[in-house]
Design a protein around this ligand. Structure first.
Ligand code: FE2
Length: 303
């Protein structure tokens, strides 16, 4: 038991170190690792595509204000933002204002809530470039990283590299090697649950569906699915679709949340937030439109 504890500690240190290093062009990490000895259930929040200023500056800004207001009421330990944080390309003149609004509105979020950003196609482009990635990492977060909370491992991936890595193949391969290494270490550390987060859905209706704009191509999809099954990943959370979609592939949940801002299928699939309850060996998740948002989490961390 003692050896296991030491091994786990080493893993955490190792994970933190690799997280801090991140991709080769990563500037600095904004993330920290957490760990407790005894597991306690907890709840966290996933949101997708705030995508400021898609569908207008006022509309999208008000939707983000709404999201932050509900987050402040729910008070989760963290929220994962599944990509497309802003709308225009990184080298468009309007991106500076969009980014300022993103940080300004999130500055109103209770500081107890940590925000973990995921890069999307509107953030770094498809295919991304070293320049667009550097721009993103200087402002938001590494394009891939992991963090630990209550003995659960959360892995953030860059899905534009999975979708199309033309002219940047070396970095795409590096991410895949990092992912496999991270999952190998996770199996030795015996985390309660391992979850992946990326912008593009692996698939929308079936793991064998053909590639289109909103999903990942079949070759890379199968590669990721193989790793997920080999290392017992519980779920992959996505955005990008602006609609809800769900696939259960032999126990692996592929969960696509509609946008927190401009949901394409209002009012039947309205904009909102996904609440995730984490148990020792499984997760339970529900998406709520803003008008039906609960007033508290199943397992509040802060009381
Ligand atoms: Fe997207």
């Amino acid at each position: 038991m003692t050896d296991l504890k030491i091994s786990r500690r080493k893993f955490v240190q190792s994970t933190a170190a690799s997280m801090l290093m991140g991709p080769a062009i990563c500037q600095a990490s904004k993330v920290k690792s957490f760990r407790v000895k005894k597991f306690e259930p907890f709840s966290f929040v996933v949101m997708a595509d705030p995508q400021l200023f898609m569908a207008g500056e006022i509309f999208s800004t008000n939707q983000l204000i709404r999201a932050v207001s509900y987050l402040n009421q729910l008070l989760p330990p963290f929220v994962v933002v599944c990509g497309d944080l802003t709308n225009v390309a990184y080298n468009d003149y309007g991106v500076i204002h969009e980014t300022e609004v993103y940080f300004d509105k999130f500055s109103q979020m209770n500081s107890l809530i940590k925000r973990y950003d995921v890069s999307g196609n509107h953030d770094i482009g498809t295919p991304p470039t070293y320049e667009s990635i550097a721009w993103y990492e200087q402002r938001f977060a590494p394009i891939w990283y992991s963090f630990i909370y209550r003995n659960n491992l959360f892995i953030i991936l860059e899905s534009d590299l999975l979708k199309n890595s033309s002219n940047i193949e070396e970095l795409a391969n590096k991410q895949m090697l990092w992912l496999e290494d991270e999952l190998k270490k996770s199996s030795r550390a015996k985390f309660c649950n391992v979850m992946l987060f990326m912008h593009h859905p692996l698939c929308l209706g079936s793991v064998t569906e053909t590639e289109q704009y909103f999903n990942i191509g079949i070759v890379k999809r199968q590669e990721i699915l193989g790793l997920c099954h080999q290392y017992n990943v519980k779920a992959v959370f996505n955005g990008h679709y602006h609609n809800t979609a769900y696939v259960n592939d032999n126990g692996l949940e592929i969960i696509t949340s509609t946008a927190s801002s401009n949901a394409f299928n209002e009012p039947t699939d309205p904009a909102g937030l996904r609440l995730v309850d984490v148990y020792e060996d499984h997760i339970v998740h529900t998406f709520y439109g803003y008008s039906a948002m609960p007033t508290s989490l199943t397992f509040p961390v802060y009381t």
